[in-house]
Design a protein around this ligand. Structure first.
Ligand SMILES: [Zn+2]
Length: 224
């Protein structure tokens, strides 16, 4: 049952009130009775605002929790996760002619947790087409290529990491550092918005799923 107050699906049955089932929320601790199962409108509005501020304005969990919404940082994190789960990703258009691939390092506290973001950017429209997060290896990049390999006439531009050449078809692959300026600009925008990518933060650094959630939200909300 979704909590009426924080909107998260973390409640359990907690006795009855006047014959009606009562629930208690593990996240915010509030109790509520089963009504129509809907989250309060005001809670949905708060969630949407938290997601927008987090994604587009680099607001941290702590800032949102303490200064804006007066709740726990965990509630904010759960709102973001829920938002990422339901965020809609635009379909990859069939008429893309040129794609640049590149990888960005995502900083995490422990070395063995290092996460990378591989991105594919439409070179003509200068828009992100797809991305993956994972280790800096061929298997991760292949997951990205698999998303665009149906584009039979597309040319691929990369800056020369040898792993990319192992995956991309030779005939369509052009290598040169000077050829991937579109994606470098795109990466710097991503870094700007996702401030968390270049900062250590207590919660995020321990959560491997958050870089992916953040990317998904940014992708679904931004025009780049
Ligand atoms: Zn709750």
């Amino acid at each position: 049952m979704f909590c009426r107050y924080c909107g998260l699906d973390s409640s359990y049955k907690n006795g009855f009130v006047k014959g009606k089932q009562r629930y208690k929320c593990k996240n915010c601790g509030k109790t509520f009775q089963e009504k129509d199962g809907r989250t309060k409108e005001s809670t949905l509005a708060k969630q949407a605002l938290a997601i927008a501020l987090y994604t587009m304005c680099r607001a941290s969990y702590n800032f949102l929790a303490k200064k804006i919404f007066k709740c726990s940082p965990t509630t904010i994190m759960n709102w973001i996760k829920k938002g990422a789960k339901t965020a809609k990703i635009p379909k990859i258009s069939d008429d893309i002619k040129e794609i640049e691939f590149d990888e960005m390092w995502h900083f995490l506290e422990r070395k063995e947790n290092q996460k990378w973001i591989f991105k594919a950017v439409d070179r003509v429209k200068k828009k992100t087409v797809a991305w993956v997060t994972g280790k800096h290896d061929v298997a991760t990049f292949k997951k990205l290529y698999d998303q665009v390999k149906h584009l039979k006439k597309c040319k691929y531009y990369t800056d020369g990491w040898s792993g990319l050449a192992k995956v991309l078809p030779k005939r369509h692959h052009v290598i040169g550092k000077e050829l991937v300026t579109t994606i470098e600009q795109n990466n710097s925008k991503t870094r700007h918005y996702l401030g968390r990518m270049i900062r250590r933060t207590k919660i995020v650094s321990k959560m491997n799923e958050m870089p992916n959630a953040s990317m998904k939200l940014l992708f679904s909300l931004s025009f780049d």
